[in-house]
Design a protein around this ligand. Structure first.
Ligand SMILES: [Zn+2]
Length: 514
């Protein structure tokens, strides 16, 4: 019989999204895996020598999974970018004072763990395109030191560098100085569309482990050539590794597909043979009915980032409609949660509330707490390639689990007839997380991170960020501000190119009885 070293006990246990809450439950852990799930009485009798953590006042759930992120320890807002429409906001993100990749990611991992995230997807956007190998190593080292599981996808873009569509016309319109600064060739040895697949294959061969699974992150169908997407698809199939893109995030991306490709971006990806079960589409705010059907038919997954979509003015993704149509939909923080703090429990709540769809039928369906719970556990596990290994408390799966202070969550009283998953969504906060176990290892105890000195890392980040910008960095800030004005002018009138009523605004203003 395998040696059970840890018994995790709770007054309420929800082993999976489709299992009822269980009073006085326990999970027995042997090394990295779950050995047994049952009542505390039964398991403590079977494994009398195991160390016991938890107790009556706790709620025990599977580890929460962040389906989409970029490992930003200091948030975009903290680094100076103000939320605005994606197309201009992205230019603000190029103005940051650089910080250490290790510190940035380690700090982000610390915050995620403390909110109950045991696995996170990381799409890596390079700071220095020539130092890609070193950056990948630093990133994986940071996740390893934090003790969080990561599904890591290096990013790349090789098309539409400035705007969607006619980049030549856009560049021709710029003042000479700005144009020549922007069109300087990328330095020797950079990660490009040419060497991207090889670089990811190399990383996969040296670093693909259960704690760090490697996949592909070509940034978006509008930012990558057809050839690059197909090379990625082929390599991903050979490795059975996930591919993550960002797509149909803004109305401008929708118009771009229709205007420049003669079809939606989802139809385009389907036509070139890029959709499929290995692909995850981040955001997917503006799909058509046909797009949703294509996603469901091809087994393509979607991650929904509700707060991020609100913050960069993308709108509200039809996540509930996609789920109803049979699309595998997960949930991602994308580093822009409602309170700017990567609290995934709050993000679950935003998702839950946003999709309480109004209806003239009082008993019509809407997103339920259990569906949101499924999105962050089983669905995210599946789309990150951990289908049979994570997302449920079941023997044989990795021991990733979270204990929350359920007494404090409901204090001083909460009606016992409520499902604990609903109590979690209505009243839960990341700060109710008490103990986090990843791969059988306790990483957070009493709400405190055991694996790293996060205060020290935070101090280093603050110090690095608070210095004055160099003259060169100041020039970059001015350049991005100038470029923003040209981007605003380039996209002017685009929404008029597509039928937007009555669904463009959050609520239709069409007379109801006409
Ligand atoms: Zn993203």
């Amino acid at each position: 019989m395998p040696k059970v070293n840890l018994l995790v006990r709770a007054g309420q246990m929800v082993p999976a999204h489709d299992k009822p809450a269980f009073p006085d439950g326990a999970v027995a852990i042997s090394g990295e895996k779950i050995e047994a799930v049952g009542t505390y009485e039964e398991l403590s009798g079977r494994y009398p020598k195991a160390k016991v953590v938890g107790g009556q006042k706790f709620l025990l759930i599977p580890g929460l999974i962040n389906g989409h992120g970029h490992g930003r320890g200091l948030t975009d807002f903290q680094r100076g970018a103000r939320d605005n429409t994606l197309e201009t906001w992205l230019l603000d993100t190029r103005k940051y004072i650089p910080v250490s990749t290790y510190d940035d990611i380690a700090y982000s991992a610390a915050r995620l763990l403390k909110a109950g995230v045991t696995t996170t997807m990381h799409n890596h956007i390079l700071k220095d395109p020539t130092a890609y190998e070193a950056e990948f190593e630093e990133a994986l080292e940071a996740y390893g030191d934090a003790g969080i599981r990561v599904q890591f996808n290096p990013g790349v873009r090789n098309a539409n560098p400035f705007v969607y569509g006619d980049n030549k016309a856009f560049l021709d319109n710029l003042p000479e100085k700005l144009r020549s600064a922007l069109t300087a060739p990328s330095p020797e040895g950079s990660l490009t569309g040419e060497n991207f697949v090889q670089a990811v294959q190399d990383l996969h061969s040296r670093s693909n482990t259960p704690m760090s699974r490697i996949g592909f992150g070509p940034l978006a169908p509008q930012w990558c050539t057809n050839e690059l997407l197909m090379d990625v698809r082929k390599a991903a199939e050979a490795l059975q590794a996930p591919i993550h893109v960002h797509a149909v995030q803004s109305i401008f991306q929708k118009v771009y597909g229709l205007q420049f490709l003669g079809r939606t971006l989802i139809e385009y990806m389907n036509d070139i043979g890029f959709l499929g079960p290995l692909l995850v589409v981040g955001h997917c705010v503006w799909p058509t009915e046909k797009d949703i059907e294509l996603l469901a038919q091809t087994g393509t997954a979607v991650t929904h980032h509700p707060s991020c979509n609100l913050r960069v003015r993308n709108g509200i993704s039809p996540a509930f409609h996609m789920l109803e149509a049979g699309v595998l939909v997960g949930l991602g923080l994308d580093g822009k949660s409602i309170n700017d703090d990567d609290d995934i429990i709050q993000e679950m709540k935003v998702c839950f509330l946003l999709h309480r769809i109004p209806s003239l039928e009082l008993n019509s369906p809407h997103l339920t707490a259990r569906q949101v719970f499924k999105m962050v556990t089983e669905n995210n596990a599946s789309l990150l390639g951990y289908g049979e290994e994570l997302g449920r408390l079941e023997p044989g799966r990795y021991a990733d689990l979270v204990l929350l202070d359920y007494k404090r969550m409901g204090y001083p009283f909460v009606d016992p007839s409520h499902d604990p998953v609903e109590v979690l969504l209505y009243r839960g906060l990341g700060s109710h997380v008490h103990t986090v176990i990843v791969n059988g290892r306790i990483t957070v105890k009493d709400g405190k991170l055991l694996t790293m000195d996060e205060e020290k890392i935070g101090k280093r980040l603050a110090k690095a960020s608070s210095r004055q910008r160099t003259e060169k960095e100041k020039m970059l800030v001015d350049m991005m501000d100038e470029l923003k004005k040209y981007a605003v002018a380039y996209y002017k009138g685009w929404p008029g190119k597509v039928k937007t009523e009555p669904y463009f605004e959050i609520n239709s203003r069409i007379d109801a009885l006409k």
